[in-house]
Design a protein around this ligand. Structure first.
Ligand code: NAP
Length: 249
């Protein structure tokens, strides 16, 4: 297998960290982006480097265009090549109904989940596109089952942002298919990570898991397996597609 050079946004913790771990274990070279948890990112880089992995971390807020440009400059400086992007960085805010949401919160969620995803995808396309001197490659966007379910009474702003991720996945896949780039998305369901604490309910998975046909929450590793498959040559005819890793819901 030829090692690929893959950027994973939000790769220091949760699903992103599981993706980084799996890709490095598969022999790929990984740039792990994080926003503020430098300790988690450094610990993961140390763990994987000591095991022989080729991985480095770059701090950047994907919602800030200047940060995204700086992130890709770091990738260019290290590798002068890119084969894939995992658009994983994402946030949600405290559970509430729409009537209690202000513009600042909605804007913050959309800036990271939608603008950040678009900006990182744009910079990836500029490097991957065969019409711009690239070798082609893959983009995997991390959406959510929330895009289908709507997250009523919890965070419809977040669900709407993931609906946008689904839509941009379809559009970008068609836009760059002839340039050697495949664009797909994974829609996790309820997964055991710290994101639920961001919503104010660390134990949310335990509360909602009975609504999942498989009667359990998922693991970050189960999501990572789908991401790695979509990036691999095994998915060579798959673009504009979605994998629901959500226990049947
Ligand atoms: P998490 O444990 O809260 O981790 C989020 C990661 O994203 C962190 O590494 C964080 O960086 C990074 N991040 C957040 N905002 C960022 C920004 N503006 N710029 C760069 N990095 C940023 O969340 P998770 O559960 O792993 O979620 C990962 C993705 O899966 C998200 O897109 C989320 O919406 C999606 N998802 C999760 C679930 C679930 O149940 N867990 C379900 C469906 C979809 P720091 O560590 O530096 O803060």
């Amino acid at each position: 297998m030829t090692p690929q050079h893959i950027l994973v946004t939000g790769g220091g913790r949760g699903i992103g960290a599981a993706v980084v771990r799996l890709l490095v274990q598969q022999g790929h070279r990984v740039c792990l982006n994080y926003r503020s948890d430098q300790r988690a990112a450094s610990a993961l880089v140390t763990e994987l480097s000591e095991a022989g992995g080729d991985v480095f971390a770059v701090q950047a807020d994907v919602a800030q265009e200047a940060d995204v440009l700086r992130l890709y400059e770091a990738v260019d400086a290290r590798w002068a090549r890119l084969d894939g992007l995992v658009n994983n960085a994402g946030i949600l805010r405290a559970q509430s109904k729409l009537v209690d949401m202000d513009a600042a919160r909605i804007t913050e969620v959309l800036a990271t989940n939608v603008t950040g995803t678009l900006l990182c995808a744009r910079e990836a396309v500029l490097r991957l596109s065969t019409s711009r001197g690239g070798h082609g490659g893959g983009i995997v966007n991390i959406s959510s089952a929330a895009a289908r379910l709507g997250s009523a009474n919890e965070y419809i702003d977040y669900a709407a942002s993931k609906g946008a991720v689904d839509t941009l996945t379809i559009g970008l896949a068609a836009e760059v298919a002839s340039e050697g780039i495949r664009v797909n998305a994974v829609r996790p369901g309820v997964i055991y990570t710290d994101i639920h604490a961001s919503g104010g309910e660390p134990g949310r998975v335990e509360r909602v898991k009975s609504a999942v046909p498989m009667q359990r929450g998922g693991t970050a590793e189960e999501v990572a397996n789908a991401v790695a498959w979509l990036l691999s040559d095994a998915a060579s005819y798959t673009t504009g597609s979605f994998i629901d890793v959500s226990g049947g819901r």
